[in-house]
Write a protein that binds this ligand. Structure first.
Ligand code: FE
Length: 392
């Protein structure tokens, strides 16, 4: 439909909750938001969600896979399929994330994502039922600290190579959106300067950085912290480390995995209450097993066992998650955060942290990327680019 109206029982934005309201959508863009009902509207041109809550679609900016697709080895068709699975969870955009791997594998992931993005755009122009928008690629590693490797394969963790970085930038064709690196690794500060100068967001992670080293990285342009607390030097009262450096740096976004396995609920509240709800970014860190039953999977060449939805390496270390952002939203709401706060953390902040224009909010000029939720915050429908991408 080129132009139509969505009737919402309740409209959640990152700023407020409106009661009965409407959105006018034209060519995939929100052109008007109003209370109650617009006048003079042919009923054939409405989507009626009067009994439901309409919210901005969730944006997952750290996700290694879903439904059997692995971001390291997926081809364009796999990423499109991943997007079609993610809309079941209200996710309207995602940033595929790789794990540490040989240079050639990461280069081919960059190329595959670039191809997937152009295929997504072509499909959208043909008005096909869309999957979630593919935003580009996040390279998590390979320039990490082996001392905080987590589930990153140590065989492929390596020193910074500016030459490799330039090749990733070339292969991704402008779609390398974020790199996670450990800032204490030799050459990392030069890498931060190079990446930031090319418009790439640098996130510190898998790091043993001290407080001082982390502040240097933020001063050099790093602007995000990868799954705060997980795979980084923990807080010690005489050694505050990267966690406290990130929490007190008001220009740094912090990622949190809110599945209540990676972080204790009290730790989640501690982090959000210190960073505030305007720079906390909910991520899934999901692996290919997300959306599939328990069993044996692999991640970056390592065997992963999923039991009760929790993914672990054979040694017991957590190996990513099977979390989806709709569940993360329900989890933060269960801790007492409001719906607008949840919309900030799951939609607006992911977009702002990657400087994605026109995504993550419900206001005129923004893409009509929406999640429709019931009273239990379960996803009833998902709209991507103004088209219904999923209906329960
Ligand atoms: Fe990850």
């Amino acid at each position: 439909m080129r132009e139509y109206v969505i009737l919402a029982g309740k409209l959640v934005t990152p700023h407020r909750v409106l009661g009965k309201s409407y959105l006018r959508v034209k060519d995939g863009v929100i052109v008007e938001v109003g209370e109650d009902t617009p006048t003079g509207l042919p009923l054939s041109n409405t989507l009626n969600y009067r009994g439901l809550t309409v919210a901005p679609g969730f944006i997952d900016t750290h996700i290694h896979g879903y439904g059997g697709v692995d971001s390291n080895t997926g081809n364009a068709e796999h990423f499109l399929r991943m997007g079609k699975g993610l809309v079941k969870h209200g996710v309207t955009a995602f940033l595929p994330s790789t794990v540490t791997a040989p240079h050639e594998e990461l280069l081919s992931a960059c190329r595959a994502v670039k191809d997937a993005v152009s295929e997504w755009r072509e499909g959208s122009a043909r008005k096909e039922v869309p999957g979630a928008r593919i935003l580009g690629i996040h390279l998590e590693g390979p320039y990490l600290n082996p001392a905080r490797k987590g589930v990153q394969n140590p065989a492929h963790i390596r020193g910074v190579s500016l030459k490799e970085i330039l090749e990733y930038l070339g292969a991704a064709g402008g779609l390398l959106k974020m790199v996670t690196l450990a800032p204490e690794v030799r050459g990392a500060l030069e890498a931060i300067s190079l990446l930031v100068s090319k418009g790439v967001v640098v996130s510190v992670g898998h790091t043993n950085a001290t407080y001082e080293e982390a502040l240097k990285a933020f001063a050099a342009g790093a602007s995000r912290a990868t799954h705060l607390f997980n795979a980084m030097r923990p807080i010690h009262h005489r050694d505050p480390g990267v966690v406290i450096a990130a929490l007190e740096s008001t220009d740094v976004f912090i990622e949190l995995i809110v599945d209540f396995t990676h972080l204790h609920p009290a730790t989640v509240k501690f982090a959000i209450n210190h960073a505030g709800t305007w720079r906390t970014v909910l991520i899934s860190d999901a692996i290919s097993a997300a959306g599939l039953p328990d069993g044996e999977y692999s991640l970056g060449g390592l065997k992963v066992i999923v039991k009760g939805g929790v993914a672990r390496l054979v040694g017991g270390a957590l190996a990513g998650s099977t979390l989806t952002l709709d569940a993360a939203v329900r989890n933060v709401v269960s801790l007492g955060y409001t719906l607008p706060e949840a919309a900030r953390m799951a939609s607006l902040n992911p977009a702002r942290s990657l400087r994605l224009a026109g995504l993550g909010d419900v206001r005129p000029g923004y893409r009509a990327d929406l999640a429709v939720l019931d009273d239990d915050l379960r996803v009833v429908a998902t709209i991507v680019d103004g088209e219904v991408a999923y209906e329960r």
